[in-house]
Ligand binder design. Sequence first.
Ligand code: SAM
Length: 240
Amino acid sequence: MYRRCLHTSIRSLGKLVPTNLKGKKKSSQEWLTRQLNDPFVERAKMMNYRCRSAFKLLEIDQKYGIIKPGSVVIDCGAAPGSWSQIAVKQSNADGLNNGKPKGLVIGIDLLQIYPIEHATMMGNMDFTRPETHDKIRSMLGNRRLDVVLSDMAPNATGVRSLDQENIITLCYSVLRFAILMSSPDASLLMKIWDNAEVPILEKNIQQYYRMVKRIKPRASRSDSAENFILARGFVGAEQR
Ligand code: SAM
């Protein structure tokens, strides 16, 4: 339901080639071929994750243990929902891990999001809008965020400098919200596209967290500018 179907394929020079490419644009043909040959797409299907991005968060979380039972997690840019699926499990929002505290997961996206059990998914909402922040605040009550996730990416315009500017704007919006709403020692994980503004963003993040690190998980395509900034140990605005 959540993934585009690749109905049929043939094997050519060891590579699977979709047979339903007629009438499709070159970029769509390349996307379909890449999906068909991508081991993470296959694994995502087998493990019931809504998309391959799941493995980016899984790898980072397995290495750094950012989401713990009881964590209050916000997932910005959550559609179709694989990061929230993982957050539900790791935070024990589903309560399956008896005896461990139950977490809370809130996912937000501009797009509609199909419900995820034990998470609150808010579709058709722009994370950068103040009314979205108000809604999240009222859902949290007096709870604070332990983990702020952002896999948000703007729609590519094709103009590189504009795309870079747009993603940086999203990152600052996430950072501002994290600073206001995080609990002591919280973590922040955000997607960036590598560009000259990123070191400045990292410096700004360093003012609020003990550790800031750049990560390129294995599931992140090597030919993409995508990277993640992981910040741990939220200290607020204290002098460091
Ligand atoms: N992490 C997701 C998952 O695992 O299913 C995939 C996220 S996808 C790469 C990026 C998402 O960011 C898109 O669904 C897009 O609609 C969303 N997005 C971009 N700008 C946004 C904004 N201003 N507010 C909310 N969502 C946004």
